[in-house]
Design a protein around this ligand. Structure first.
Ligand code: C2O
Ligand code: CU
Ligand code: CU
Length: 412
């Protein structure tokens, strides 16, 4: 932090190695030298400038996923940093507190780059959230969950069926354990996998969900299991004071353990989870309705399509008036059973309907990424409040977006 009204960071983009499996050095790509990039902590309405220096021998860039940012700093797929060049991204942080993340978005390469390590947390905190007195400091812990596949030498395998990525990492480690105090913790969960959908549980114990992609929910929701698709975030509070010292709780994906919590010591806990967190912003009246269909055409090249066409950076698919509020009807139009997800840059949207009915709790709150299972449909509402320019929307299965399942909107 500086004494100015802006926080400034400098982060190299470079190759390196990481100890993901005990005793094995695995070649990875990094923001800042580590497999998981540095966690940036920003404040609402306080600017952050980050200079990224590309030390790779190929283009790379940085997209702030979930961020409300001017298009020049969005990390558009065609707006890349050439090898040896540096680039400053300027983030105004004019949005409420939320768990965002940053990752590579260089066109055709984003899937491989993110898989090999170009991702990290970007947390925005705001004053009204701080006044709620949720667990903070050492008790506010970001956890990036992702899948990975290793070869016999402990190197990452990328060019393979994503279904073979059967090793799950928490913050870059396979099956770590985390000693915790007998008190409340806030965990900011992010699914940083290219394609995985997690079904998370704590062995039947209660997790109190307090936030989704774009920040706090209106009220806490106790859950015992939770779906988390690629790029989605969910924040939970777990109260370890309810368990005796020596208890082990395991965060699992279905029946596969990911991360073990060991309750090791007593602690004073003055934090709380209030009954009311933050009301959602009022929904303005929409004036435009659009249809978006995601599909593959296995006979085409590239095969990924949005409304029947692959991504073309020279084409604007939707022109959107600044200040307008729109309804987007998004469908998984594939006739064979394949999952997609849907992500919009620039905005946090609301899910009004899923499959023609009121959405499940999972879709509540401010969202920027949602799962779209086979045959699925979504009715979303978004307001394009200020910034102009071109932004993309796409399937967030990065192997899909990198082969065309992406389109472009221009705010005018
Ligand atoms: Cu998480 Cu277009 O990206
Ligand atoms: Cu994004
Ligand atoms: Cu897809």
């Amino acid at each position: 932090q500086s004494g100015l009204d802006v926080d400034i960071y400098k982060i190299p983009i470079k190759a390196g190695t990481a100890e993901i499996l005990p005793g094995v050095q695995t070649p990875v790509l990094t923001y800042g030298g580590r497999f998981l990039g540095p966690t940036i902590r920003a404040k609402t309405n306080r600017r952050v400038k980050i200079m990224y220096q590309n030390q790779l021998d190929m283009p790379a860039n940085v997209h702030l996923h979930g961020g409300h940012v001017p298009s020049v700093s969005d990390g558009h797929p065609m707006d890349v940093i050439q090898p040896g060049q540096a680039r400053v991204y300027d983030y105004p942080n004019t949005q409420q507190g939320a768990t965002l993340w940053y990752h590579d978005h260089s066109h055709h390469m984003e899937a491989e780059h993110v898989y090999r390590g170009l991702q990290g947390f970007y947390l925005i905190e705001d004053d009204s959230e701080r006044r709620l007195n949720l667990p903070s400091g050492a008790y506010d812990v970001p956890i990036l969950l992702r899948d990975v596949e290793f070869d016999a030498n402990g190197e990452l395998i990328f060019f393979d069926d994503p279904a073979n990525r059967t090793t799950i990492l928490a913050n870059g480690k396979a099956q770590p354990y985390f000693p915790v105090a007998a008190r409340k913790y806030r965990f900011r969960l992010l699914n940083g996998s290219n394609e995985h959908v997690f079904q998370l549980n704590l062995g039947g114990e209660t997790m109190t969900k307090i936030a989704s992609d774009g920040g706090l929910l209106p009220a806490p929701v106790p859950v015992t299991e939770m779906q988390l698709a690629s790029a989605e975030r969910a924040e939970i509070v777990v109260d370890f004071a309810r368990y005796p010292i020596g208890t082990q709780l395991v965060l699992s994906n279905g029946s596969d353990p990911i991360l073990r919590f060991d309750v090791v010591r007593r602690a004073v806990d003055t934090s709380r989870v209030p009954d009311q967190l933050r009301p959602l912003p009022a929904l303005p009246t929409p004036t435009v309705t659009r249809d978006v269909a995601l599909s593959f055409d296995l006979t085409a090249d590239p095969i990924g399509l949005v409304n029947g066409r692959p991504f073309d950076p020279a084409r604007v698919d939707f022109q959107i008036k600044r200040g307008s509020t729109e309804i987007w009807n998004v469908v998984n139009a594939d006739t064979f059973a394949i999952d997609h997800t849907f992500h919009m840059h620039l905005v946090q949207f609301r899910v009004l309907e899923r499959n023609g009915a009121a959405p499940p709790q999972h879709d509540a709150g401010l969202k920027d990424t949602v799962r779209l299972p086979p045959g699925g449909s979504l009715k979303l509402q978004a307001t394009f409040r200020d910034y102009l320019g071109k932004y993309v929307y796409h399937c967030h299965y990065l192997e899909h977006s990198s082969i065309g399942m992406m389109a472009q909107m221009e705010i005018i």
